[in-house]
Design a protein around this ligand. Structure first.
Ligand SMILES: [Zn+2]
Length: 224
């Protein structure tokens, strides 16, 4: 904990203004409350924070057949879509399962603080969200199978990249998009946004930030 605060203050006082994209990747500048009225399209990232203690009202356990995780809750619509996706994948001999889904901000705090203790603030912020900033708290996010970067090279990851949008899921932290999303490549982390938005995002190769028009990198034209 001591180390965490020391690193935080060093970073706070000695960081130069830098570019906004730098802030999105490394810091938590320009904070706003996440807009829960967006429903399944909610944006949660380093700039958009959920209210303390936020917990979706309709969390349900994911289908047992597709679960190997302790944290097995998703919002009901996402859980149904997840089961459908896993069942369809199975027909293609692709075995998918939940590794970790909903997390409370208390659990997230623990994970983040552990990450900071192990790797320091700057490094931890590239792969671990601070409490209130994790998409896992929305109940719309699922880590599938393995949380190692090598998962990206498996047939399961290839299948997901090709088909997840058909079930309403998007690959949330694609490779080389850290400046936009704020996080390193996570081929296992999928976010439910519904079929319509997921298909749009997939077809236009967008991130959720760009879809919402909040990206600092204005090279693409999001729908809204
Ligand atoms: Zn995740």
């Amino acid at each position: 904990m001591k180390l965490f605060f020391l690193c935080f203050f060093i970073q706070f006082f000695f960081s130069s203004p830098g570019s906004i994209t730098q802030n999105l990747r490394d810091g938590y500048a320009e904070m706003a409350e996440a807009d829960t009225s967006l429903g399944i399209l909610i944006l949660v990232n380093k700039h958009h924070k959920l209210a303390e203690g936020y917990r979706p009202h309709d969390l349900v356990p994911v289908d047992d057949r597709y679960n190997r995780g302790i944290m097995n809750l998703l919002r009901s619509e996402a859980a149904a879509a997840f089961a459908q996706m896993c069942s369809t994948a199975e027909k293609d001999s692709i075995i998918l399962w939940n590794h970790s889904a909903y997390r409370s901000d208390t659990v997230q705090r623990q994970l983040y603080e552990n990450a900071v203790e192990r790797r320091g603030v700057q490094r931890a912020d590239r792969f671990s969200a601070r409490p209130g900033h994790s998409e896992h708290q929305t109940g719309l996010t699922v880590d599938l199978n393995s949380t190692h970067t090598s998962f990206g090279k498996t047939p399961e990851a290839a299948w997901l990249r090709q088909h997840a949008h058909l079930f309403g899921f998007i690959e949330r932290y694609p490779r080389h998009q850290e400046d936009i999303t704020g996080y390193e490549y996570e081929p296992w982390h999928y976010r439910y946004v519904g079929i319509e938005a997921a298909t749009y995002i997939y077809n236009n190769k967008l991130t959720l930030e760009e879809y919402h028009g909040t990206s600092q990198k204005q090279t693409r034209h999001p729908a809204r």
